[in-house]
Design a protein around this ligand. Structure first.
Ligand code: ATP
Length: 447
């Protein structure tokens, strides 16, 4: 059993080290020793995460008529967080170890040490203090003086920016209910026990969609959005056996929710939440109406009635889902000349779409290879690789970053104006005329 656990955590280490080695993700401020629980995305990581965000955005906004986009500020009026309840209740229970001075989230201790009375760091029993409430919002000050009147929070979720803009969006876009507002943006939480790489960080990105509905259609839309969100992961190649539902019991439900279901992913570190689908009732708009003094009710022309809309929310971490896609894609395969590390990423998510490589560094091969590279540039991020090493080694490097197609320019290409296209997953090779290359690969990348 222990061996299996070790193997799994080794797998996480393998993924973390690939991310560092191949320019996906670096620890923040690394040359100064790092900043706990903040990470920087390197050249391939930013492209990969952007692809995840783009896939979410396109599915929710561009491919539908009933969801529109928004990009609200990170800083908002303090009253927003009073109305939402965050100032009062966005807390985690914090315990201190009186022996080693470590701090933990009380509800994480049992999972970490195997016993709620044992410190996960030093292993001492009975040294943990009683839990006390710790608010997770980061504070800062607006203006030159650090005084209470200027206190603002870095938003701990993007959702509130949507609620306070409900009327602006509804009226300016002449939207009728039901309709949704989608937003992608940074959120900040002063997590007590962050960790597991980009799974739980203090600065992260959320992709949230709030769907405004007639209160009588609450259950139907909750079920509808559950199905939509589940299928989104499958459509991007995630393995169904790595996903499961976790319904929130009455003791888990947040103060605003009537029903909540998490989508959990089986990471190498175990089953963990990646997304929540929440039935928030009319809690949010009612509270903002109360705190702002503005009437946020909606008049339904068709039904000839006025009501405060109910909200079904889908909320997923961009970083956490990026990590899930990464873990799902990572594989070590035995091939004829050893083990190949490969990311079987969905083509839409792969950071580099095509890599072009000349068989040798000699002219006129190089010139033709550059021409071929320019041909495929419009397909997305591409790479040109004439570094030393056999073609086989260069293919392996592309496998490791999940590049779906490699195009090799060889001496025959000079004669027949064709290149060898090698496919990542099957490793199959075929010849494609340069004149047809862009159209062929564009179709393959979509397929
Ligand atoms: P958890 O129980 O893991 O703390 P949560 O239930 O508080 O998460 P929500 O407030 O529902 O999470 O946030 C929605 C999504 O935002 C989560 O499913 C997760 O993907 C992401 N998320 C939340 N907190 C973090 C964090 N500290 N780091 C990275 N992603 C996060």
């Amino acid at each position: 059993m222990e061996k299996a656990v070790n193997k799994e955590s080794d797998r996480m280490q393998d993924i973390i080290s690939l991310c560092k080695r191949r320019g996906f993700i670096f620890p923040s401020s690394e040359i100064y020793g790092g900043l706990n629980a903040v990470f920087d995305y390197g050249p391939l990581g930013v492209e990969f995460k952007n692809n995840v965000k783009r896939a979410w955005w396109d599915t929710l906004t561009r491919m539908r008529d009933d969801v529109v986009g928004l990009d609200a500020g990170i800083l908002m009026a303090r009253r927003v967080w009073q109305a939402s309840g965050h100032e009062e209740v966005f807390t985690d229970p914090l315990v201190d170890c009186t022996n080693c001075k470590s701090r933990f989230r009380a509800d994480h201790v049992a999972e970490m040490s195997g016993d709620p009375d044992v410190c996960p760091n030093c292993g001492m029993r009975g040294t943990l203090t009683e839990p006390r409430k710790f608010n997770l919002m980061f504070k800062t000050y607006m203006g030159p003086v650090e005084e209470d009147a200027g206190l603002v929070y870095l938003r701990p979720e993007t959702a509130q920016g949507i609620y306070v803009n409900f009327q602006n969006v509804q009226q300016s876009m002449r939207k009728r209910l039901p309709f949704g507002i989608a937003q992608i943006g940074k959120a900040f939480r002063n997590e007590i026990s962050p960790g597991n790489f980009i799974f739980r960080t203090r600065e992260f990105e959320q992709m949230e969609m709030q769907f405004f509905i007639d209160p009588t259609s609450e259950e139907r839309w909750f079920e509808y959005w559950r199905e939509q969100r589940w299928n989104w992961y499958l459509g991007l190649g995630m393995k169904a056996e790595h996903l499961r539902w976790h319904p929130h019991g009455p003791d888990e439900l947040a103060h605003y929710a009537r029903a909540a279901m998490d989508i959990e992913y089986e990471f190498p570190i175990g089953w963990k939440e990646i997304e929540g689908i929440h039935d928030r009732t009319d809690y949010d708009l009612k509270r903002h109406a109360e705190y702002s003094g503005k009437d946020l009710s909606y008049y339904d022309d068709a039904e000839k009635k006025s009501y405060i809309p109910f909200i079904i929310e889908t909320s997923v971490g961009a970083d956490r889902s990026t990590l899930a896609f990464l873990c799902d894609a990572y594989d070590e395969e035995e091939v004829s000349d050893g083990t190949r590390v490969v990311l079987h990423l969905h083509k839409r998510l792969a950071p580099v779409k095509v890599a072009v490589m000349p068989l040798s560094k000699k002219e006129p091969l190089v010139e033709l290879a550059h021409k071929v590279h320019d041909e495929v540039r419009p397909l997305g991020l591409t790479q040109y690789d004439e570094t030393g090493g056999s073609i086989g080694k260069r293919y392996r490097r592309q496998d490791e970053i999940g590049t779906p197609y490699c195009g090799t320019v060889d001496f025959e290409s000079l004669e027949d104006q064709q290149v060898t296209i090698r496919e990542r997953d099957s490793m199959a090779q075929r010849r494609v005329p340069i004149a047809e290359l862009r159209a062929t690969l564009a179709a393959d990348l979509l397929g």
